[in-house]
Each structure stands twice: as structure tokens, then as C-alpha cells.
Write a protein that binds this ligand. Structure first.
Ligand code: ZN
Length: 289
């Protein structure tokens, strides 16, 4: 991905090095669906109970994490510039898409943090992986997740990292379109299995929106080559629920899926990428996912 030298977003809140390490991890009021989902996913990634994991991260039992915090300085390092550049491009692309639809896009803020940070959806934890909180319209990411993605999940490549941001921005787009509120109301009336199935449709739509962004950004920037798309496809495969469950040594249980299988995640990213159209992302009315 040839992203260097492109415009960077100012909608980044850098909370790194602010010492957000204390407190019990799952505090605060209602924790958003996405947060719970990523906590569970983190549990799968690391193969242990997320609570144990979160406790270990916040209870001072993990000196490595504490020591790594200052390593993000200086704040304008290459990785930060990359995140700002991708975020800026999502602003341009979604600005266009919303204008085409006669609406105005309000960009999210992207929060960089380490260890833990307060959010309108409860306390955000690094171990949860990146997430979006509709309550404050912010995307939260600890950039060390990219190390996990590359080293533990086997998904290297800058465009895999861009896809992660684009997926979270996809959740913001869902929020702006009123989909998040509708889905939350729906989930409250559903059984656990039904609610999980609904979550899968939410997540696959965010993947599809990431594909829409990728296609439109490519059209204007020509900054991707086939290996970039392959890196995103590989990431979609590696973070499919079935792949995560298998890599954590568990039996694959489709009813417990909340993000979709590897094949589904790849398919919906491609639906968005091939068409560049939001209307290609109607996962809620799709007969097959
Ligand atoms: Zn998601």
C-alpha cells in the first residue's frame, strides 16, 4: 500500500502514555455490544478467559505491557502517520458516499490508547482488540493489536491494518445510518443464538463497508496492488470466528459466532470491494451470508 505522503486526519485523540492501567477492567455503565464481542474474541485469540486476561493486564501482573507504553513516542512515528492517513481517506470516501445520498458525513474520532481507557461504552481494554463505541462515536485502538494481528493471528501487511480501521469506521457508518440503534433494539428481543446471528450480520456489513471504502479509495488513489487485497482477504480469513475458535483449540460452534466465518467475512468484504456501493452490503436481507 503506497500511502506515504497523503493527507492525514486530525480526528485522532492520542491518549498513549497517559497511564490508563488501573481499575477493574469491566467497570462503568453499559458496555456496548461491540466491546463484549471483542472481549470474547480476545479470549479466543489468547485462548484464555478474557476476565483473567483483563485482570492480568490491569493488575500490574504484566510488567512487559507497562514497559512497552513509552515505546510509542515520538507520537508522529510511521505507524501513527499510517493510521492518520487511512482515517483521513475514510473521511474523504464516506464524505462522498453520504453526499451522493444527500446526507452529510460526520467523521468519528479515533482514539489511540494503551492498556485501558474510559469510553462511553465502559472501560476499554487493549485485550479487547479495536472497537467502536456508538455512545461517543469513537474508534478505539491500541496499536499493539497490529503485532497480535501479524504475529499471533498470521495476518501481516499494511493493508490488513487498514482493513481493521476501515471495519471499525464501518461500524461508525452503521451508527450514522441508524442501523446500530435498530439492531440493538432487535437484539434485546432475541434469544442468545438469534442475537449472535444478528451480530454476525452487523459485523459482515462492517466488512462490506470496509470493502466499499477500499474500492473507492483505490479508484482515486491507485495505492493498492493485488497483494494488498490478498492481505485484507487473509486478515478476514484469520479473524473469522471459526478460525479464531479453531486456533484457540475449540470446536467450531456456528451458533456462538458473532463476527461470521472466514469465508463469510471474505465474501462480504469482496461484495463491497467489487461494487463500491453501500447497497451491496444489505446483510440483513441477504438470504445467504
Ligand atoms: Zn466489528
Amino acid at each position: 500500500m503506497r500511502w506515504e505522503g497523503n493527507e492525514e486526519s486530525d480526528n485522532v485523540e492520542d491518549r498513549r502514555g497517559m497511564g490508563g492501567g488501573g481499575g477493574f477492567p469491566i467497570g462503568g455503565r453499559s458496555i456496548g455490544l461491540g466491546t463484549v464481542v471483542v472481549a470474547v474474541v480476545a479470549g479466543w485469540i489468547f485462548g484464555i478467559n478474557p476476565l483473567t486476561l483483563l485482570g492480568a493486564l490491569s493488575g500490574g501482573g504484566s510488567p512487559v505491557v507497562q514497559q512497552q507504553a513509552p515505546s510509542h513516542a515520538p507520537r508522529n512515528d510511521r505507524e501513527t502517520a499510517f493510521v492518520r492517513t487511512v482515517l483521513r481517506n475514510t473521511e474523504v470516501v464516506w464524505g462522498e458516499v453520504f453526499r451522493e445520498g444527500g446526507a452529510q458525513y460526520r467523521p468519528p474520532t479515533l482514539v489511540l490508547f494503551d492498556n485501558s481507557t474510559p469510553t462511553a461504552c465502559g472501560t476499554g481494554q487493549s485485550a479487547m482488540g479495536p472497537f467502536y463505541c456508538p455512545g461517543d462515536s469513537k474508534v478505539y485502538i491500541d496499536l499493539r493489536f497490529y503485532d497480535t494481528l501479524r504475529d499471533r493471528l498470521g495476518a501481516p501487511g499494511e493493508f490488513a491494518q487498514a482493513y481493521v480501521i476501515a471495519h471499525e469506521v464501518g461500524h461508525h457508518v452503521q451508527h450514522l445510518l441508524g442501523i446500530t440503534d435498530k439492531v440493538d433494539a432487535m437484539r434485546r428481543r432475541q434469544s442468545e443464538a438469534q442475537a449472535n446471528a444478528t451480530s454476525v450480520r452487523v459485523e459482515l456489513q462492517a466488512d462490506c463497508f470496509a470493502g466499499v471504502w477500499a474500492q473507492r479509495s483505490q479508484e482515486s488513489k491507485q495505492w493498492l496492488d493485488p497483494s494488498d487485497i490478498a492481505a485484507a482477504m487473509n486478515a478476514a480469513e484469520k479473524i473469522g470466528d471459526d478460525a479464531l475458535q479453531r486456533s484457540a483449540g475449540r470446536a467450531v460452534v456456528p451458533d456462538s459466532f458473532t463476527h461470521g466465518s472466514s469465508a463469510q467475512r471474505q465474501r462480504w468484504f469482496m461484495n463491497g470491494y467489487k461494487s463500491g456501493q453501500v447497497k451491496a452490503c444489505d446483510t440483513f436481507n441477504a438470504s445467504t451470508l
